[in-house]
Design a protein around this ligand. Structure first.
Ligand code: FES
Length: 114
C-alpha cells in the first residue's frame, strides 16, 4: 500500500551555469516546489499528498521537471502559476494537466536493468 495518496518530486538539481544540459534549480525549481506545497497545505492534504525535492530526474532539457506518482505523470512546469495549477488539478483534484505534459526527452545510452 502506498504511503501517500499522491507524491510529487520536483527537480532542484543545480549545475554549473556553463553546463550545456542546464538545470532545474536555475529554472526556478525551488519556487515551483514551494508553490505546489502551498496549494497542498491549503487543501488540508498534508500527510496524504507529499511534495518533495528531487535531484536530477534525467530530463534536464525539458525542465523544470515534476513527476507525480502513483500515476507516473511527467510535467514541464515553467512558472509558479503553472506549478499551482498542477498542484490544484492533479495533486488535489486527480486530473492530469494535459497542456503541461512533458515532451519526450532525447534518448541517451541506457543499460537495461537486470
Ligand atoms: S536537472 Fe532537473 S531533470 Fe536534470
Amino acid at each position: 500500500m502506498a504511503r501517500f495518496q499522491r507524491h510529487a518530486f520536483v527537480c532542484e538539481n543545480e549545475r554549473d551555469p556553463a553546463n550545456p544540459r542546464g538545470c532545474c534549480k536555475h529554472k526556478g525549481g525551488t519556487e515551483l516546489r514551494l508553490a505546489m506545497k502551498k496549494i497542498v497545505d491549503e487543501a488540508g492534504l498534508k500527510g496524504c499528498v507529499r511534495v518533495n525535492v528531487a535531484g536530477c530526474l534525467d530530463a534536464c532539457e525539458n525542465g523544470p521537471v515534476v513527476v507525480i506518482y502513483p500515476e507516473g505523470i511527467w510535467y514541464t512546469v515553467p512558472t509558479p502559476a503553472d506549478a499551482e495549477e498542477v498542484a490544484r488539478e492533479h495533486l488535489v483534484g486527480g486530473r492530469v494537466v494535459d497542456r503541461l505534459l512533458m515532451q519526450p526527452v532525447p534518448e541517451r545510452e541506457k543499460k537495461p536493468a537486470p
